[in-house]
Structures are given as C-alpha cells and as structure tokens.
Design a protein around this ligand. Structure first.
Ligand code: C2E
Ligand code: MG
Ligand code: MG
Ligand code: MG
Length: 292
C-alpha cells in the first residue's frame, strides 16, 4: 500500500495494459501532445554475428520520453497507437528516420550494415504502406536489401492473401522479411512455404532459460534446423549471458541480439559502438571479425 501511494502521482497515466480505460485515455491524450512536442525517439539495438560479435545491423526500437513520466515503454504505448491509428504516423516516421540513420551508421563503420524495423499489424494492413516504404527508401537512398521488416505471425494470419501480395511487393524491393517473436504466435508453419520470408527471430521466451532447460534447447535446435533447411537466417533474441550465446553459437545460430552484446541505445552511442568496436575489443583475437 505504502509503495502504491509513493507512485500516486503517476497513477493517472500508468494504467497496466488491462487497467481501467480512463487511464489509457490520459495516456492517449498525452500521446497526441507527444507527437506535436517531438517526444518520440528511436533507439537502436545491435544485431551481431554470434561468433565474432561484429555488429551486422540494428533493430529500431521506439521510445517515448515524456517530460514527467520519463520513458514510457513501447508495450504501453504501441497498443494504444495501434488502436487509434497513430501507429501509421509513428511507424512511417520510424521507418524513414531509421533508413536515414543507417546511412550515417554505415559512414561511421565504413561497411555495409542493415536496419531492422518493426511493422505493426495495422501498418501492414494499411493501403499506404508501400508508399511509405518507397518514400523511406527513396528519401534515404538506402537499397531495399539493407532493410529488414519485422512482422509477427499474427500479422500474417489476419489476411493471408493480402499478406502474400504485400510480401511479394516488398520482396520486389529486395526488402527482407523477418518473423518476429517466432514460435509464440498461433499459426501453422505452412506460411514459411507460402511467403517470401528471410529471417526467423527466435523469441526471448525460448532463450532465457538456456542452456539449462532441455525443452527450450529442443525448441531452439528445431528452429535452427528448420531455418537451415529452408535457407533462412536466424536471430536469437534476448541473449543476456555468455552461456546462452555459446550454446546458440555451437548449434549453428549465426546472429544474436540481446543485452549481452548491446542494449537498445541512442544513435550517437550506437555510432560510438561501431567506430570503437566496443563489443569485439574484449574478445579473444581468434574470434574477432576477419579471423575465420
Ligand atoms: P520486439 O520487436 O520483439 O523487440 C525486442 C524487445 O526485447 C525490445 O523491447 C528490446 O529492448 C528487448 N530486449 C532486447 N534484448 C533483450 C534482453 O537481452 N533481455 C530482455 N529482457 N529484453 C531484451 P522494447 O524496446 O521494450 O520493445 C517491445 C516491443 O514493442 C517490441 O518487441 C515491438 O513489438 C514493439 N516495438 C518497439 N518499437 C516499435 C516500433 O517502432 N514499431 C512497432 N510497431 N513496434 C515496436
Ligand atoms: Mg522486433
Ligand atoms: Mg522480437
Ligand atoms: Mg520479442
């Protein structure tokens, strides 16, 4: 109780996702203001080669820095934006800004990188999405092959015929499709055959208890095997420990993303990570990039 009182000032805004609707309305009102005030920003989390730990690309993760609430996590504001349609605006901005940012990352790193951007179900349904995509690529000058669009199984399943058509349009632009949170959705594996998918992102739920959990180990191995035979690449999400990374790497997982190899960070920090090679500097020399 005392704990709750201490947080009372935030209560108006800080409804849990299942909380009373009037709380969400305050947050929703604040979101429109946040758009006007420019309170949304993008963080970038490194996606690294599991063996060398060299950064291959970044996932773009949206943040909302409210003047009094502080950082509002995406699990709180994305569902609201999804409901009221603001996600189309925020998502279009994120995609364009991320493409522009990648150009700067590449200049700093002096090599090719890629950028991975989350696309919500509503954006995916929007008939404007291809225009948004083309605008982001044209404006930034980025090649489509440097862009990964992350969608969930749920997004595909809403309307598989629409999904197939849209994914084919994306593939024409050479953008790659990643299935985010792979293994957590309600769907059949048949879509892996039907749709032009390039990447599976293994959900953190299957990684967090590695290497001790035999069941999670079995699931990760099965996904890696499946991906290998289908010619897909795998990114393991939520890797927090050396043991998890070693387990995954030894079983053929090529790419990892998690707090161990880099938390989501502002662009200027990501830039420093690229130039200073922060993550590889601590590795034994035989595992650094450039050494087979
Ligand atoms: P996601 O796309 O699956 O993103 C991965 C989430 O895992 C991120 O949470 C990231 O910060 C977190 N994460 C990464 N490594 C670790 C780790 O080692 N341990 C733990 N515990 N967590 C880790 P975040 O940034 O809070 O985002 C949550 C979700 O919000 C995302 O899940 C995505 O579904 C959604 N989201 C974020 N940004 C955007 C966006 O720009 N557009 C859309 N549509 N959705 C977004
Ligand atoms: Mg994602
Ligand atoms: Mg994910
Ligand atoms: Mg996830």
């Amino acid at each position: 109780r005392a704990k709750e009182t201490g947080k009372a000032r935030c209560v108006v805004y800080s409804a849990r996702q299942s909380g009373p609707p009037e709380h969400d309305i305050s947050l929703e009102a604040a979101m429109f203001e946040a758009v006007r005030e420019g309170e949304f920003l993008l963080y970038y989390q490194p996606i690294v080669d599991a063996r060398t730990r060299q950064i291959q690309g970044f996932e773009t993760l949206m943040r909302w820095k409210h003047p009094t609430l502080g950082m509002v996590p995406p699990v709180r504001f994305i569902p609201i934006a999804e409901t009221n349609g603001l996600i189309n605006l925020l998502g279009a901005w994120a995609l364009k800004a991320a493409c522009v940012q990648l150009k700067q990352f590449e200049e700093a790193a002096r090599r090719k990188l890629y950028i991975s951007v989350n696309i919500s179900p509503r954006q995916f349904r929007s008939d404007k999405f291809l225009d948004v995509l083309d605008d982001a690529l044209a404006f930034s000058g980025l090649g489509g092959e440097q862009l990964v669009l992350e969608i969930t199984e749920g997004t595909l399943m809403v309307d598989p015929a629409h999904a197939e058509a849209l994914l084919n349009r994306m593939a024409e632009r050479r953008a790659r499709i990643a299935i985010d949170d792979f293994g957590t959705g309600y769907s059949s594996l048949a879509y892996l055959k039907r749709f032009p998918i390039s990447v599976l992102k293994v959900d953190r739920a299957f990684v967090k208890d590695l290497p001790d959990s035999p069941k999670d180990g079995a699931i990760c191995n099965a996904v890696l095997d499946l991906a290998k035979h289908l010619g897909l690449s795998v990114v393991a999400e939520g890797v927090e420990t050396e043991d998890q990374l070693n387990y995954l790497e030894q079983r053929g997982c090529e790419f990892v993303q998690g707090y161990l190899t880099g938390k989501p960070m502002p662009a200027h920090v990501a830039m420093a990570a690229l130039t200073e090679d922060l993550y590889t500097a601590l590795l034994p020399t035989d595992r650094r990039a450039g050494n087979p």
